[in-house]
Design a protein around this ligand. Structure first.
Ligand SMILES: [Zn+2]
Length: 225
């Protein structure tokens, strides 16, 4: 037990041992298990936790292996549950796409074909050889994370700075456009308040730094690497 604990928190080893012994004692009292069995049970629980912890660490390790070899324009392909993250990656200035309702193998093939970094919440998928070997670089984000936490994780793990925002709809580049030339497309109140307007080179959508955009960018600013 002590040896197992050493692998987690050596600085608090004694407290950890006492805590586990207490746990075993409570288990003994509640279930009437003989002491060695109660200890064994607590030991197995600890081992299970360590394995999970080891898995998270290992998944992070997979990321580090390709971080230093990122292309200047990294492209992210997100799994079907990460539509929100895709849009926010674009807002952070990165090319990103996602494919809803698709088989793992098709998603991986697509990532390979498009030379993308695969982003997934599926730790089982990370076990696939093609990802483990780094043939397709892949990044795992915990499914329990909120979307802005997922984005923070991606940017921090890969040490990526914030860039000029891209269109959140299609990922296209935004170009400044003359206010007067798009006057009829701007709500009157916005026209009075703002002077900078952008058109997406991909889908033609008109953008401005409204309150929604400012909130998003503000949150991104807090995540600076
Ligand atoms: Zn667009």
């Amino acid at each position: 037990m002590r040896a197992l604990l050493t692998r987690v928190r050596p600085r608090r080893l004694e407290a950890g041992v006492q805590n586990l012994l207490g746990k075993a004692q409570r288990l003994q009292e509640e279930t009437g298990l003989p002491e060695p069995h109660a200890l064994e049970k607590v030991y197995h629980q600890l081992q299970h936790q360590l394995n999970r912890w080891g898995q998270v660490k290992e998944l992070a390790q997979q990321t580090v292996s390709f971080r230093d070899a990122l292309p200047p324009e990294p492209f992210f392909l997100c799994d079907s549950g990460l539509g929100g993250l895709t849009r926010w990656l674009r807002a952070a200035g990165y090319e990103a796409d996602w494919i809803p309702d698709v088989d793992d193998s098709v998603l991986i093939q697509e990532a390979q074909r498009r030379e993308a970094i695969l982003v997934t919440t599926d730790s089982m998928m990370m076990e696939r050889r093609i990802l483990r070997d780094g043939i397709v670089p892949a990044l795992w984000v915990p499914p329990a994370f909120k979307m802005h936490e997922q984005l923070a994780l991606v940017l921090r793990e890969l040490r990526l700075p914030l860039r000029q925002p891209r269109c959140m709809q299609c990922g296209g580049q935004l170009q400044v456009v003359d206010k007067e030339s798009v006057r009829e497309k701007i709500p009157p109140k916005t026209y009075r308040w703002l002077n900078e307007f952008f058109v997406c080179q991909g889908c033609g959508k008109l953008f401005w730094h409204g309150t929604h955009w400012q909130r998003i960018r503000g949150q991104l600013g807090n995540l600076s690497v």
